[in-house]
Ligand binder design. Structure first.
Ligand code: NDP
Length: 292
């Protein structure tokens, strides 16, 4: 029985943050440019508070300008859109991120539409989704971008690989599929209506699971030697009444079939904020006409 290589996203993300910090230092020294990220949080969702705090801390650690706007849950949509407008035109801010979910009385689509595509470091605007789909330079969503980095590090050239992405959200599944297609993979997108999902997944050299169903992808779904990227973050109860994090892949059994696999936690998760920082630097350079 083979044992898969465990893809260490935590270590990869730490190296990426070091590279970004060095690039930021260079931009400051050569161009007097400090990339800046503004994060907006509406309400008191506990998980969002943790994410937003980490984003702020890691932005500062990279030597970048960080601002966090914490608004009360009763903030109106008009007030939120006015803040986004202000950040769109603030020259110290190169990335604007509104932490989702927003309270129910605010339209997520309206918020995304208000963000300047040039500062859309989450890659969620229609303009950036369209650019990605058209093969034009885009800001691409952070988690799929991080998955691509891990895949390239593991496999090198992805050309010709059969890739199956399970999940078709705008944040994860669809951009993941576009990025794999742009890397010359043959891509299938599976979802809740897919017939015989195990058979579809078994065709893949690369499996990306972005579903939100704990440990759904089993060992007998996976072709021996496939590379498995587990995006899922699910909290499940333990015997002692506490909880633990698991992915969308049954890690303990799939690791005996795959050639490489990301663990949860410590796989894809840490890549997301690192790629957010990378996107902010990219946006800062593009907004200031500095070559990539
Ligand atoms: P969504 O809920 O938006 O999308 C889930 C997708 O999975 C949908 O396309 C849905 O299909 C599909 N799906 C649901 N059930 C099944 C099933 N039984 N069989 C096949 N497909 C199914 O989730 P996200 O894309 O936002 O996130 C997916 C997971 O990734 C979550 O666990 C989330 O927490 C995690 N995540 C992790 C991040 C990180 O930083 N590591 C970042 C973003 C997400 P349909 O469209 O037909 O309903």
């Amino acid at each position: 029985m083979t044992q898969a290589a465990i893809i260490d996203g935590k270590a990869f993300a730490a190296r990426l943050r070091e590279t970004i910090a060095a690039e930021v230092a260079g931009l400051k020294a050569e161009h007097g440019l400090t990339p800046g990220l503004a994060v907006v949080l509406v309400g008191e969702d506990p998980a969002s508070q943790v994410y937003v705090r980490s984003k702020g801390e890691q932005t500062l650690e990279a030597g970048m300008h960080s601002e966090t706007h914490r608004l009360p849950a009763e903030t109106s949509q008009a007030e939120l859109l006015a803040l986004v407008e202000r950040l769109n035109s603030d020259p110290a801010v190169h990335g604007v991120l509104v932490q989702f979910p927003v309270p129910d009385h605010i339209s997520q689509a309206a918020v995304v539409a208000a963000i300047s595509p040039d500062k859309d470091v989450d890659g969620l605007t229609v303009a950036n989704a369209g650019r990605l789909a058209s093969g034009l330079p885009a800001l691409t969503p952070c988690t799929p971008t991080g998955c691509m980095m891990l895949l390239r590090d593991q496999l090198g050239d992805l050309s010709g690989k059969r890739a199956v992405v399970v999940g078709r959200s705008n944040l994860m599944g669809k951009p993941m599929a576009q990025l794999l297609l742009a890397a010359d993979c043959t891509v299938t997108i599976a979802h809740s209506r897919t017939k015989d999902l195990p058979a579809v997944v078994r065709e893949a050299d690369i499996v990306v699971a972005a579903v939100g169903r704990p440990q759904m992808v089993k060992a007998d779904w996976v072709k021996p030697g496939a590379v498995v990227i587990d995006v899922g973050i699910n909290r499940i109860p333990k015997d002692d009444g506490k909880t633990r994090l698991v992915g969308d892949v049954a890690f303990d059994e799939v690791k005996d079939v795959a050639s490489a696999i990301t663990p949860v936690p410590g796989g894809v998760g840490p890549m997301t904020i690192a790629c957010l920082l990378a996107n902010t630097v990219l946006a800062a350079k593009r907004l200031n006409g500095i070559g990539e």
